[in-house]
Design a protein around this ligand. Structure first.
Ligand code: T5A
Ligand code: NA
Length: 210
């Protein structure tokens, strides 16, 4: 049975986790499920490599260019800012966004390089706050076994271990931690339930926050 989702803003649902935790597979599956329920929904992903800034990020991740740690941090942030007014328009027009990585990735990955956490958080302040963060929790050793890491810059076990420890400090009341070592179908079920619950509660008219 399709529900009626009119007259409410969309929800901002973010997936986070280490590389290979299953974010992209799960966000695609969640978006198809929600579409089937009649929910207006779009899949987004950061970094958005389609923009000029995204192209610089992509080249850096592929080790084709070098940038200092603060410069790349600010580019990742700028890549979210350049999409933020579109994000606001979509959410206000009732479209739910399922976003594969957001500010938490920005902070956890840069802090893992040794940058000051408060410095890392500063450029994220003022972006739209997620209604729900689905954290796909996987031990770094298990993630490394999945199809093996490719050649991207951060795909190394020792670095991912540092990222994992920084993610732990970013949990807030919007986070739900899901065991990402379960079979994909079990994870799908849990994410569907959490997402529907979140989307339904947006009908109470809770405004967007920053
Ligand atoms: N980054 C990103 C920053 O440093 N700062 C930032 O601000 C942002 C936004 C690229 C890099 O950029 C960094 C983080 C990243 O290092 P990306 O483009 O999102 O970010 O790339 P990745 O996160 O690395 O994407 P991956 O493809 O590696 O990981 P996913 O999306 O988590 O995993 P997915 O779904 O592709 O699955 C990976 C493998 O696991 C299998 C899949 O079949 C696949 O082979 N798998 C499972 N196996 C067993 N059980 C399950 N439940 C499984 N689920 C999936
Ligand atoms: Na991915």
């Amino acid at each position: 049975e399709n529900c009626h989702w009119d007259n409410s803003r969309g929800s901002l649902i973010v997936l986070e986790g280490l590389d290979r935790s299953g974010k992209t597979s799960q966000s695609n599956s969640l978006v198809s499920f929600l579409k089937g329920k009649g929910v207006p929904v779009e899949a987004w992903h950061f970094p958005d490599r389609s923009t000029t800034v995204g192209g610089m990020i992509s080249s850096y991740l592929a080790n084709k260019s070098q940038l200092d740690d603060r410069t790349i941090h600010l580019l990742f942030s700028a890549n979210r800012w350049e999409k933020s007014s579109l994000m606001e328009t979509k959410l206000k027009s009732g479209v739910t966004l399922v976003v594969d990585r957001y500010s938490y990735s920005g902070v956890a990955f840069s802090a893992a390089k040794g940058l000051d956490i408060q410095w890392c958080k500063a450029p994220e302040e003022g972006l739209i706050a997620p209604d729900l963060v689905l954290y796909l929790d996987i031990p770094p050793e298990k993630a490394a076994e999945r199809g093996g890491y490719g050649s991207e810059r951060y795909e190394h076990l020792d670095f991912q271990q540092k990222v994992a420890s920084h993610y732990t400090n970013l949990h807030d009341h919007t986070w739900k931690v899901i065991d990402a070592c379960q079979p994909a179908e079990d994870i799908e079920k849990q994410l569907r339930e959490l997402a529907l619950e979140c989307i339904s509660s947006r009908r109470d008219g809770k405004p967007l926050s920053r």
